[in-house]
Design a protein around this ligand. Structure first.
Ligand code: DQA
Length: 147
């Protein structure tokens, strides 16, 4: 089993209730269930965490070293602000895929910049919960191609 870390950033715990016109009606729990099922088919094992706190996300990225082989992350609003999360990803050097439910390039200008994208192997944005599934598939394909 390929061990992977899945991180959800701030406010994603409110999915389902939070601006459903933008983020859809699926809860975080149902997205995690969808990911866990997809991971089983891909022979991957997920360790999943949601946090509203930047430092908690940084600590968890650091702790992945030696335990997980890749990271799937929706950094939420930290996408557009967090040098610390970017530096943590660069520090551990684990292949990372950035995902977003909404198409961040179709929205306000402040969402067009991602501090994470330059240290990620790729980004998937705009497909709702499907962004996560596509991101997981891409991460697993990338890691297996490195073997
Ligand atoms: C988001 C997009 C971000 O701009 C926003 O702050 C979020 C969610 C998305 O999944 O579309 O919290 O990452």
């Amino acid at each position: 089993m390929l061990p992977l870390l899945v991180l959800h950033g701030p406010n994603l715990n409110l999915l389902g209730k939070r601006e459903p016109g933008i983020y859809g009606v699926q809860t975080l729990e149902s997205i995690n269930a969808l990911l866990t099922e997809a991971a089983q088919k891909l022979s991957a094992k997920l360790d999943i965490l949601q946090s509203n706190h930047e430092g908690v996300l940084v600590d968890r990225i650091q702790a992945a070293l030696g335990h997980q082989q890749g990271i799937l992350i929706n950094p939420g609003a930290y996408t557009h602000t967090s040098v610390a999360i970017r530096d943590a990803i660069a520090a551990v050097g684990l292949p990372t895929v950035e995902v977003h439910l909404s198409n961040i390039y179709q929205r306000e200008a402040f969402r067009h910049q991602s501090y994470i994208a330059p240290v990620a192997i790729g980004q998937i944005s705009g497909f709702g919960a499907e962004s996560y599934r596509l991101g997981l598939q891409a991460l697993v394909t990338h890691l297996r191609s490195q073997d």
